[in-house]
Design a protein around this ligand. Structure first.
Ligand code: KIV
Length: 289
């Protein structure tokens, strides 16, 4: 098993042109399987709100919920770089709260934190970085502010929006972030951002000109059925497999085909006879006359 990569290792990968593969993970089994497959980074994303809790967005997620998922992922993937995703209102209110909440992710085992926004969260990125915590910036389609963006919409499609993206990317780097994630941004704009920045620029729905690629695990596995963004490639259709398994189980229960003799824990040899004899004696004692 490869050992956990450091920030320096990811910078070396950028230098050598080797792309980083990362996915979201919210639970121990997924984290363990991803590590076994050699995935280099795991994001405990607040997308857990949509993928696991069934919310329509991510803003219902809280610090305790995110910390619980982060510690599960860390326990199961000790050799993988883990990023905790700061939930809505855990960093927007003040730099002091932002540092305390970022520190809470590090205390449960995260290697870094991610927060959404460009210029407007530069003071928070500076404060968290100054506390010695590795920060991932996240610009473009930022789900926590999707209300202001007019929904889950691609960004950087006009010259004005592209200039905004570029200014945000520069501000994030300038504030001390060590990595940048660009989500649902036109690939031409991602390429310009990557040219201008020295830190690794990773993408999700941002085209091929990146230092690494992120996918949401439920999209990759085909278990998120509410909608499928254009940028998603499904590598499996587990929804179909899961439904088939549930139907087969149900049918076995109805047809008395499960559980079978191979699924039970029989009493030790001779113990049933002993039990019956003891029960017979007890009955005899209870009789009159
Ligand atoms: O929460 C998450 O999974 C994310 C990705 C969509 C980038 O922030």
């Amino acid at each position: 098993m490869a050992k956990r990569k450091s920030v320096l290792d990811f910078y070396k990968m950028k230098e050598s042109g080797e792309k980083v593969s990362w996915i979201t993970a919210y639970d121990a089994p997924t984290a363990s399987l991803a590590e076994q497959a050699g995935i280099e980074m795991l994001l405990v994303g607040d997308s857990v709100g949509m993928c696991v809790y069934g919310n329509g967005g991510t803003n219902e997620m809280t610090m305790p919920t995110m910390l619980g998922h982060t510690s599960a992922v860390r326990r199961a993937a000790m050799n993988t770089f883990v990023i905790g995703d700061m939930p809505f209102l855990s960093y927007q209110i003040s730099c002091e709260e932002a540092v305390a909440n970022a520190g809470a992710f590090i205390r449960v085992g995260a290697d870094a934190i991610k927060l959404e926004g460009g210029r407007r969260v530069a003071p928070q990125i500076r404060a968290i970085s100054d506390a010695g915590i590795v920060v991932f910036g996240h610009i473009g389609l930022t789900p926590q502010s999707s209300g202001q963006l007019g929904g889950f919409k691609a960004q950087g499609l006009t010259a004005e929006s592209a200039a905004d993206m570029i200014a945000d990317a520069e501000a994030v780097q300038e504030a001390g972030a060590r990595f940048l994630l660009v989500e649902a941004v036109a690939p031409e704009v991602t390429a310009i951002i990557r040219e201008k920045l020295t830190i690794p620029v990773y993408g999700i729905g941002a085209g091929p000109h990146t230092d690494g690629e992120l996918l949401i695990v439920a999209d990759l596995l085909g278990i998120f059925e509410a909608f499928k963004p254009k940028f998603v490639k499904r590598y499996a259709n587990l929804a179909v497999e899961m439904k088939k398994a549930f139907e087969a189980y149900r049918a076995d229960v109805k047809n008395l085909a499960f559980p079978g003799p191979e699924h039970v824990y029989n009493m030790l040899p001779g113990e049933l006879e002993k039990l019956r004899a003891a029960e017979g004696k007890a009955k005899g004692k209870g009789k009159r006359g």
